[in-house]
Design a protein around this ligand. Structure first.
Ligand code: ADP
Ligand code: ZN
Ligand code: ZN
Length: 739
């Protein structure tokens, strides 16, 4: 053991491997323990490999006799502060995940691979206490020094690059340094500034009474949890902006979490235009590695004032955190579906409590989880029931399609309304829940169906690319013209997708542009932005697309929304499907009539009498969701119960099933089934085979979360001893998908 200054120093590290424990090492050769602090990264040898680990603790003793030294210290200063570390450890416990994997999930790729943070370091000039005490009129006799002082007083610390760009010479800076009015501090290079491209926003709208009440109800300090249930277009975003303004005025950082597809350039521009003097870090998957590391570092050292990010942004250290806002909190993308299966929305509340700051969850269609918490008084329940400005709620009509003469899936009166709307110079949005040309290709002579060779699913025909594609594993093969089974040429594309409707609508309404928006036409966020350009300019056009169109876009000239098929989610085996369908339909409908013009929504359905659909369309998502909550209570399902899935997948279905059967036996021995605790399975996942592996799960539902936690911890201990390398297993706490 290494003894430095008489004190043994053993490094306890979080290593990114699938084992639920920490690992002990000696300090790297030549590194003084005094220079080590929890939160720093080190290179360590691990099973013949070299991995980047994070220092968690420095201890005096290890249960192991033979310790290896770590290889190299990466960071001169910790990347993770104490609160952030405690938070990650809590999350690892809750989600039954290896803590090393949580640190890895928290880091951007470049830092996860061990790139030194100094790579992006920059010197920052900030005022000393003395400097801050000066009035802006000070230094009147040295105008250049005065200009620099004013910049620092008004704009906060400035990077060396920025100062140079603004023309402040080293001599002038030197003068302030010599008078002890300013000092250099190290920090990350700011990510390239997010500029609005437009001139700073015109004066923000004056809040209406509802908005004022909501804002006033959110406490300025201390932990609080609030659900803002605000109808589409009611001005929730405006409330978020005001809350952020308050946080910034307080000298703190605001964290805004948005769904994967919500982080559009339009969103960023709106925020940048509102807060021109502040630095904004955007964290999302569309960034290059270096950009993302820069943005992450500027958040983690407290440089960025506003951090906007998707799911993983919740894991970023934010030393000056002042509030957390989760926009579209019901969105499924907040839950990670592989690796560490955390929910960023749920973790936001944990972090808010740890940091003693307000947490605001907002949605027009709250998740049943959040609604339940609000109705039971655990969260403050805030409402915005009116649309902001002059906009009124859209009128909704159901169009029964059974027995109707449909033209490519559209009822005649729907087509008539589309034509009339376009002729009036307004815009139409058509929602279709499927991309590609057709979801199935079949042979009319022998009944052959194009199946994915790796999944239990059919291949979707993409006619533009002349391909058949699997939407689950991304398998692709050239489209065929003849049946591979009987060589007939009578192949039939069944059902419709966005491509097919695009062909039809382009032909039908040839005087107007048809804009298709789905994953195939919007490879990048910029592409989506460009596509929507004509729509934003206000010309009459027809927008056609998947749920990418449902969220976040504010297109005031859209006055007609058509939902081609409302029935998809009503008959699924997944108990969450009606909730998701209701959210989607309400969000899509909410794109209509957001400006001064009235909006209308036409919903095509084969089952217009379906009670849930009627409730949704007649009384809105609020009433619909409250009904679903009652159904969930009766069926003893979440959110009234805690639920976890123990999952396993394997090329050999028998092995996965047997493994889970044994897991269930183990857990039942510890806690037998009872009215408070129930087991189901092993059962096949809804998508039984994916990417060549058969997938099963055991579902455990419990009245008390603690009981569930104990069982899962026990399962993990047992499963870590599993020697079958071809079998993969996972714990999915608060599972959202049964697929
Ligand atoms: P939400 O996020 O609830 O869908 P937004 O915040 O995007 O709604 O607001 C919808 C529209 O109403 C936007 O154009 C916004 O600028 C405008 N708006 C919001 N609040 C007000 C207000 N108090 N007065 C006038 N217009 C407002
Ligand atoms: Zn055939
Ligand atoms: Zn597949």
């Amino acid at each position: 053991m290494a003894f430095e200054g008489g004190k043994p120093a053993i490094l306890r590290l979080a290593v990114p491997v699938p084992l639920r424990r920490l690992f002990d090492y000696l300090p790297p050769d030549g590194v003084e323990p005094a220079g080590l602090q929890p939160g720093q990264r080190l290179w360590v040898p691990f099973g013949g490999r070299k991995l980047v680990a994070v220092l968690v603790d420095i201890v005096a003793e290890s249960p192991l006799a033979q310790l290896k030294p770590a290889l190299e210290l990466v960071d001169s200063a910790p990347l993770f502060d104490e609160r952030s570390r405690a938070f990650l450890h809590w999350a690892a416990d809750y989600y039954q995940a290896p803590v090393g994997e949580l640190y890895a999930a928290a880091l951007p790729a470049a830092l996860r691979k061990g790139k030194p943070a100094d790579h992006w370091a920059e010197q920052w000039l900030q005022l000393t206490t003395e400097g801050k005490g000066l009035p802006e009129t000070a230094l009147a006799r040295a105008p250049k020094q005065q200009a620099l002082l004013q910049l620092l007083l008004q704009g906060g610390r400035q990077s060396r690059t920025q100062l140079k760009a603004l023309g402040h010479s080293t001599t002038i800076i030197r003068a302030l340094l010599d008078r002890n009015l300013a000092e250099w501090i190290p920090g990350p290079t700011v990510p390239p500034p997010i500029t609005s491209g437009e001139s700073a926003e015109a004066a923000p709208p004056e809040l209406n009474e509802e908005q004022k009440e909501v804002l006033a109800a959110i406490p300025a300090a201390g932990f609080s949890a609030s659900l803002l249930e605000g109808t589409t277009g009611s001005g929730k975003t405006e409330v978020y902006l005001r809350l952020m303004e308050r946080v910034l005025a307080d000298g703190r950082q605001a964290l805004l979490l948005v769904p994967e597809i919500g982080l559009t350039p339009q969103t960023l521009r709106r925020i940048a235009a509102r807060f021109p003097g502040h630095s904004i870090a955007a964290l999302h998957s569309g960034l290059a590695e270096g950009e993302r590391a820069q943005a992450w570092l500027s958040a983690a050292v407290g440089q960025a004032d506003i951090v906007i990010g998707t799911r993983s942004a919740i894991l970023t250290p934010l030393p000056r955190l002042g509030a957390i806002i989760v926009d579209e909190e019901h969105d499924g993308s907040f839950k990670q579906q592989d690796g560490v299966r955390y929910s960023a929305r749920d973790l936001a509340l944990v972090l808010g409590r740890n940091a003693a700051v307000p947490v605001l969850l907002g949605s027009a269609t709250p998740s049943l989880e959040s609604l339940h918490n609000a109705l039971s008084g655990r969260y403050q329940h805030l409402r915005l029931v009116h649309r902001a400005g002059n906009a009124r709620p859209p009128q909704i009509h159901v169009v029964p399609t059974l027995g109707q003469q449909l033209e490519e899936g559209f009822a005649p009166q729907v087509l008539r309304h589309i034509g009339e709307t376009l002729a009036r110079g307004e815009q139409v949005l058509v929602f279709i829940n499927r991309r590609g040309f057709a979801p199935a290709l079949t042979c009319d002579d022998c009944g052959w169906l194009a199946d994915c060779p790796h999944c239990s699913s059919k291949l979707t025909l993409h006619r533009r690319q002349r391909q058949l594609r699997c939407h689950h594993c991304d398998f692709r093969q050239p489209a065929v013209n003849t049946c591979p089974q009987c060589h007939s040429r009578n192949l039939n594309a069944l059902g419709g997708g966005t491509e097919r409707s695009e062909d039809f609508l382009t032909h039908k309404f040839r005087d107007f542009p048809v804009i298709r928006v789905d994953r195939d036409t919007t490879a990048s966020k910029q592409a989506l932005d460009r596509l929507l350009e004509p729509a934003r300019n206000g010309e009459p056009c027809l927008l056609l697309g998947t749920q990418m169109l449902a969220k976040g876009h504010h297109l005031p000239r859209v006055t007609l929304v058509v939902i081609q098929d409302a029935d998809g989610g009503l008959f699924s085996a997944d108990f969450r499907a009606p909730e998701r369908t209701g959210q989607l339909l309400e969000q899509v409908a909410g794109r209509a009539g957001r400006g001064d013009l009235a909006g209308r929504v036409l919903v095509q359905s084969r089952y217009p009498e379906h009670p849930l659909l009627q409730l949704l369309l007649e009384r809105g998502y609020g009433a619909f969701a409250r009904q679903l909550l009652q159904d969930r209570a009766a069926a003893q399902l979440p959110p009234l119960r805690a639920m976890a899935l123990v999952r396993a997948e394997c090329e050999e279905p028998k092995w996965a099933e047997a493994f889970l059967a044994e897991a269930r036996t183990q857990m039942q021995a510890l806690a037998p089934p009872s009215p408070e605790l129930s087991y189901l399975g092993p059962v096949p996942a809804l998508l039984e085979r994916k990417s060549g592996r058969f997938r099963f799960y055991v579902q455990v539902t419990a009245e008390r979360r603690g009981v569930l936690q104990g069982l899962l911890a026990r399962f993990c201990q047992w499963a870590e001893g599993n020697r079958n390398r071809r079998l993969r297993w996972a714990v999915d706490m608060d599972a959202q998908e049964l697929s």
